[in-house]
Structures are given as structure tokens and as C-alpha cells.
Design a protein around this ligand. Sequence first.
Ligand SMILES: NC(=O)c1ccc[n+]([C@@H]2O[C@H](COP(=O)([O-])OP(=O)(O)OC[C@H]3O[C@@H](n4cnc5c(N)ncnc54)[C@H](O)[C@@H]3O)[C@@H](O)[C@H]2O)c1
Length: 418
Amino acid sequence: MKPVSVIIVGAGGRGFVYANIAKKHPELLKVVGVAESRTYHRRKMAREHGIRADHVFRSWQAFARHPKFDDIDAAFICIQDAMHEKCAVALSKLGYHILLEKPMAPSAKACQRIVDAMRASGKMFSVCHVLRYTEYTETVKKLVDSGIIGEIVNIDHHEPVGWWHQAHAYVRGSWRNEKDSSFMLLAKACHDVDWLSFIVGKPCRRVSSFGSLSFFNKAHQPAGAADRCLDCKLSKKCPWSAKEFYFKRLADPKQHGWPLDVVDPTFTKKNLTKALREGPYGRCVFACDNDVVDHQVVDFEYEGGVTASFTMTAFTPMGGRRTRIFGTKGTIETDDSSTIRIFDFLTGKTETIDTNASGASMAGGHGGGDGGIMDAFCTAILENRPELIVSGVDATIESHLATFAAERSRKTGRTVNA
Ligand SMILES: NC(=O)c1ccc[n+]([C@@H]2O[C@H](COP(=O)([O-])OP(=O)(O)OC[C@H]3O[C@@H](n4cnc5c(N)ncnc54)[C@H](O)[C@@H]3O)[C@@H](O)[C@H]2O)c1
């Protein structure tokens, strides 16, 4: 069978993640096109995948001006959040299958327009809620559905964003500012809201939320700190110093990937220095134009009274999600989104399952979820099996609407119906 032929729209971090999976799994997918506005990234993608010149575009808009190409089956939309809607609607109208990076779009209305366009096109559609496709999630879902812990009563779920990850992406980086990207709960934790909704398996009815940008602001800039880390005499004592953080990674070739490649994809001292001198990633974390929260809690109530509490925080090491699922017959727990402990009230015994042990994941990103979604989406197209896509239109709009409701609650201080 011929693999799915794909155009990568936005050859940045995520675009290359999926394209690299294509290199490892030529039976599933082949990258035959690229639409990317940055010259270095566009050329790199075209070179690495031997893309024909007439399938290389400087923007998604330039690609969308052509009628559907017969030799391109699907578009992987990996541009920034605020650009998703127009691109997804235009490419779905042209008749491409669409894999769309999360979040769908920064507003409920924009999400609905994407949903309407995909329903009208009838093509395969998946949002990259990659956590649904990990062996860990599949195992938890099967355990819950088997009734091993009885009925779920409530869930306690933590997303440890991580101190340096927050600084990199949500203080200095692309998701720092709601106006230019989306609010933090949507940008970072729509995965978690979606995961909870998948595991509970019931519609969310009400949410309430609190949270703020408490630390990464001018009021916390130490006396004597410079606005650029390269000029700062406090950098050796500052855990947030861009100079210390990125140059340490430059010195270690094993770390020549994310997040350093976002700042300097060439991995040279000269270019990194220039990027930190002039670009967004060299700024003091207390002197940026960021406005998204650095911590947030959300309480959810689902149909039938099941509840969940969610915490997202910057102030922690970065790590796997930590979860406690409390059932009427027992509990399911993890501290790393990998090793699952199941406690049985009747026997008082704990069984442990290591979902990393089998090595079944096609690729490591997001605990195998990046590989898992490629497998599901491409196989769905190749074998005409839409049921393999568990992050389609209906599932995504439901969990996105709960995310928007939570943010409304945070902003208004009221409990909001989802
Ligand atoms: N599924 C996940 O877990 C996950 C993880 C990280 C990011 N994301 C999402 O993936 C998307 C991309 O994130 P990223 O980290 O790859 O960002 P990125 O900035 O690295 O990549 C986006 C690319 O789009 C390009 N671009 C901008 N305008 C364009 C246009 N008009 N036409 C074509 N290309 C254009 C940019 O030059 C850039 O290379 C975002 O929506 C983000 O929220 C998802």
C-alpha cells in the first residue's frame, strides 16, 4: 500500500517532529510538500525529504491558492495557534485530510468554524491531543472501563510545566502573550482538560478556576538586574538566566535539539549570542511582554457528579503528569504518566504496571503519543478506519469548550457552565 502523502504546513518544532517520524516509518507516511515562511527551515525540510520544487511554498496561503494536488493526501498544520483557523478552513475546503496541532484555535467561535468546515468536507481530521495516543493512556482507559476501581468518584491531576520550560515558552517564547497566541490553559493544558474528559468519559457540566501571573513580572526583578541576560551581573545566581541556560546546552552536543533549536537552529556560539542579544529569548524573565498565568487550578464537575481537580504550575521540575484516580473499589495512581499503581480496597494489595516496559511506542515524544497519533491518523486514511482517530471533531470541541469555560471562570471569579 502507498503511504499517506503529506504536506507539512509550518516547518518549526512540531512540523519536524512529525516529519522525523515519516523518516522512521516510510510505510505510513511520506513528506512530499512543505509550506514554511522561514527560509532556513523551509529549505531544511525540502532537503531532508527530497521535496519537489513545485511542492515547496513560502506560506500556507501560497499553497492554498492551488487547487487540490492529486499527489498530496493530507496537510499537517503546525503553524502557531492564532493562525490555525483560516488555514484549517481553507485546506479542508480544498479537500485535504487534516491533522491540526492543538489547540484548535484561541476562541470557541473559531473552533466551531473549523468543526463546521471539517464536517462539511467529510475528510479525516485529528487534533494533536497526543496524550490520548500513549500506551499509558490506553492502559489507564482500559483499566477504568474494566471497572477495576469501580466507578470514578474524583480525580486529582497535576501538570508540572517546569520552571525552565515556563521561562522558555511562556515568559520569553511564543506562548507568552494571550493576544498573540492563546491563554495558558488552552496553550499548555488543553491536553490535560482533554485527557480528563477522555478518562472520565462523561460531559463536563461546570467549572471553576483561579490562577494568575504571580512571579514573572517587573515587581520581582532583583535590584541591579539587567533587562538582557548577556548584560546581567547576577546571571550566575539566577536560575532563569538565559545566558547560563542556553550556553550550557550549546556546550553539550547531546542537547542540540529542543529547546535550544528554537533559539538557534544552527547551534553556533555566534548565532546564539546574536539571538540572545537581540531576540526574545535573551530577555530577563522579569522584563518581558508576557501576560499568561504561571499557575492555575481548575475544578471540574462532570455529569453524574464526578469531580476533578487540576493544577498547572511553573514552580516545579518539568516531568510527567501526576494523577490520582479515586474509584468506589480502588485507586489508580501515577507520578510520571508511565508507571501505574492500582490499589484494591478489597484485597488491600497494589498492582504495578510499567507502561514503558514493552517498548511498543513508535517514537518517544510525549510518551509515545507523537508516534501514536501518526500511526492512528495515517492508518485511518490508508484503511478508511475513522474510528482509529480518538481526537476528532466531537471529542476536541467538547474538551476545548470546557477549557474556554474554565478560563471564563478564572477571569470572572464565577462558576461557569461548560
Ligand atoms: N501537540 C503538542 O503537544 C504540541 C507541542 C508543542 C506545540 N504545539 C502546537 O503546535 C503548533 C506549532 O508549534 P511549534 O512549536 O512547532 O511552533 P514553531 O514556531 O516552531 O513553528 C511554527 C512554524 O510556522 C511557520 N509559519 C509562520 N507563518 C506561516 C505561514 N503563513 N505559512 C507557513 N508557515 C508559517 C513559522 O515560521 C514556524 O517555523 C502550535 O499551535 C503549538 O501550540 C503542540
